[in-house]
Ligand binder design. Structure first.
Ligand SMILES: C[S@@+](CC[C@H](N)C(=O)[O-])C[C@H]1O[C@@H](n2cnc3c(N)ncnc32)[C@H](O)[C@@H]1O
Length: 272
């Protein structure tokens, strides 16, 4: 990422595939309350590999999307993926652009969509002010962002927890914010949006849903493992902790009493 020191997950092919799987896996929860049926020209900020763009175009067949991202590698993958989706044909544009300083004119878009973006942004207030500038009066913004402090596994897994906090510390020190979800309401208010609504989404599974629980634990394992190289390289964790984490994951995945809990935050608001 151009204005960041390091992207914790890296930009490998594996990571790009992971982003796509992540988007599909979380689709139901993320889009449950996202209704874009009244928006025709949407700005998608931080489109990454285009995983959400594909979902957006599939779910809302009338939509045209203007995607921006800072990272050229992600954009190339997004272009490739979207060119292979017949339903996307003629309905999207992708530009390399910094959301802090967009080149779009004032009052351009009927809505804006962010998913897992502001956690990587050093100045979310500036991004939201800039987003407001390019939105038309009455346009809506939709945000989905992390609250990483909420992740918990029972039986308690101290190595996983320690690794996860090292992950979050690293992201924080790189200028990101792994807890940005809780700030969305205040950030939107400060950026001059009105009708600000926030909603905590809970991701939770116990012995009543063993298959879903297993999928969720595997999802988290994959997410954490994707940061291992960067965290070891920067001496935030050592190989001993990584091995202890792997051991705890292999135990909890077969534990009939395991419980997994997490949350994230969604917010919508309107340009007055
Ligand atoms: C975790 S990815 C999420 C991608 C996509 N929204 C998804 O859910 O699959 C975050 C993306 O935000 C982009 N990004 C971060 N800061 C940005 C900025 N200031 N302007 C534009 N894109 C940015 C990154 O390059 C990265 O592709």
């Amino acid at each position: 990422m151009d204005n960041h020191k390091t992207y914790i997950h890296g930009f490998s092919k594996d990571e790009q595939d992971r982003l796509r799987r992540q988007a599909e896996f979380m689709e139901f929860l993320v889009y449950q309350d996202v209704n874009l049926s009244e928006i025709s020209n949407l700005l998608e900020v931080g489109c990454g590999v285009g995983a959400q763009t594909q979902i957006l175009l599939r779910r809302f067949p009338h939509l045209k999307v203007n995607c921006i991202d800072l990272n050229e590698q992600q954009i190339e993958v997004a272009r490739q993926a979207l060119s292979e989706s017949p339903y996307a044909k003629g309905r999207y544009e992708i530009s390399k652009m910094n959301a802090e300083k967009m080149t779009f004119a004032d009052d351009t878009f009927g809505g804006a969509f962010f998913c897992w973006v502001l956690e990587h942004v050093p100045n979310p207030a500036r991004v939201l002010a800039e987003t407001r500038r390019v939105l038309k009066p009455n346009a809506r913004v939709f945000l989905t962002e992390v609250t990483n402090f909420a992740f918990f596994l029972d039986p308690y897994c101290p190595a996983i927890w320690k690794f996860w906090m090292a992950f979050n510390d690293f992201q924080y020190d790189q200028g990101g914010d792994p807890f940005v979800g809780v700030k969305l309401g205040s950030l939107l208010r400060d950026a001059g949006f009105s009708d600000v609504l926030t909603n905590v989404k809970v991701v939770y599974a116990d012995k009543r849903e063993p298959d879903r629980r297993k999928k969720l634990i595997l999802y988290w394992q994959e997410l954490m493992m994707s940061a291992t190289d960067e965290l070891v390289k920067s001496c935030r964790v050592d190989v001993g902790l990584v091995n202890a984490m792997k051991y705890e994951f292999s135990d909890i995945i077969v534990d009939p009493n395991a419980i997994i809990f997490d949350s994230f935050m969604q917010a919508t608001a309107r340009v007055p």
